[in-house]
Design a protein around this ligand. Structure first.
Ligand SMILES: *Cc1c(COP(=O)(O)O)cnc(C)c1O
Length: 372
């Protein structure tokens, strides 16, 4: 119940133990095709270039930056948490002309700030984190794609934590590039990272003046392996691809809409329970990230000791605060397979025991909300 990895279902773990076959074996190529097709379904996109990058979420993040940005290009980037800060770090390494748009930790980036930056000078790209796992903020995106395109910019989003847990409509939102990870709301072990480029993003890649600085993450070459040429670039992490295949099948079996709803119902029950215990939810409800809740424990609770006791006495892992929020908040995930009524009630009950809340108000409020 931390900020990821989430619990992995046994069928997805068992897929890891299937025989390792060759990365050009026709059977494996078919598995890859199915993974691409299912990724398009969960991202709600028709983007031809939709793949799983070898590496965790940060690998696809770096792939997006390295492939879509050239030195000196003006890039507008939202910085309101750890992951926007990480994007800036990667952009510095490719020598982009960075325009950071800052907002307080716990706040989204206002759309009018994006608009002002686009009007001030042409930019080639706008990058925003959809689900900021460090702060628990969901960035509103509706309408931003059109705004970016009107000003000749492409829109890129980080949906590592949001994919599979909250609604994403890549094509409808006119997002040009997005990357995700396997170990958050998809509940697949860490190791692969979905990446999708629109036709506009692929065109930008094709028209680069310099080759991509990273050889391993050069999508112009990797495209020839996932695409029809099937040209060897690097050995695919075969068993991880099986596992992602199994995980995506589970997501689609459940149904995306049902999965989004499950995440929301359980998050709302958790929030009700925490509020009944007088814990302060860190983000306004309007922008609250459903799969990951940031919350301030009461002042008399030592958050580090709390996390230690939850893990050691109750077998429950949650996350601490990152950056300026270290020691201020704890981060409670209800992601993918971990988003269950049993988990959220076990967590609230453990918190009640650790903090001597004998009235059981947290679990009772959560149960009342679940009953609604
Ligand atoms: C977890 C996360 C990442 C990084 O993913 P890793 O798998 O840890 O490399 C990037 N962005 C966001 C929003 C995340 O939550």
């Amino acid at each position: 119940m931390g900020p990821g990895p989430s619990n992995v279902d046994s069928a997805v773990l068992e897929a890891l133990a299937l025989p390792t076959i060759g990365h050009l074996d026709p059977v494996f190529l078919q598995v890859m095709d199915e993974v691409q097709k299912m990724l398009r379904e969960v991202l709600k996109t028709d983007n031809e270039f939709t793949i799983a990058v070898s590496g965790t979420g940060s690998a696809a993040m770096e792939a997006a930056v390295d492939n879509l940005v050239e030195p000196g290009e003006r890039v507008i980037v939202g910085v309101n948490g750890v992951f926007g800060t990480r994007l800036v770090d990667m952009l510095q390494r490719v020598k982009a002309d960075i325009v950071p748009l800052t907002a307080g930790w716990g706040q989204p980036i206002p759309h009018d700030a994006v608009e002002r930056a686009l009007k001030a000078a042409p930019a080639s790209l706008v990058m925003l984190v959809h689900g900021e796992t460090s702060t628990g903020v969901l960035q509103p995106l509706d309408g931003l794609g059109n705004l970016c395109h009107e000003h000749g910019a492409l829109l890129l989003i980080d949906c590592v934590t949001s994919l599979g847990g909250v609604p994403i409509f890549l094509d409808h939102w006119k997002v040009d590039a997005c990357y995700s990870g396997t170990q958050k709301c998809l509940s697949v072990p860490p190791g692969l990272s979905p990446l999708s480029f629109s036709a506009g993003a692929v065109e930008k890649l094709d028209n680069r003046s310099l080759s991509v600085s990273s050889w391993y993450l050069d999508m112009s070459m990797i495209r020839d392996y996932w695409g029809e040429h099937r040209r060897y670039h690097h050995t695919a992490p075969i068993n991880m691809v099986y596992s992602l295949h199994a995980g995506l099948m589970q997501v689609l079996d459940e149904g995306l809409e049902a999965r989004w709803k499950r995440h929301r119902i359980h998050a709302e029950a958790l929030w009700a329970g925490l509020e009944a215990l007088e814990w302060e939810l860190f983000v306004d409800e309007e922008y609250r990230l459903v799969p990951l809740t940031t919350v301030k424990p009461p002042v008399h609770v030592d958050e580090k000791e709390l996390r230690g006791r939850l893990l050691n006495e109750f077998g429950i892992e949650i996350g601490g605060g990152l950056g300026p929020l270290a020691g201020q908040v704890v981060r409670v995930g209800l992601m993918g397979t971990s988003s269950t009524p049993e988990n959220l009630k076990a967590f609230l009950s453990a918190v009640e025991q650790i903090t001597y809340r004998k009235d059981g108000a947290g679990v009772a409020a959560a149960e009342a909300r679940l009953a609604e």
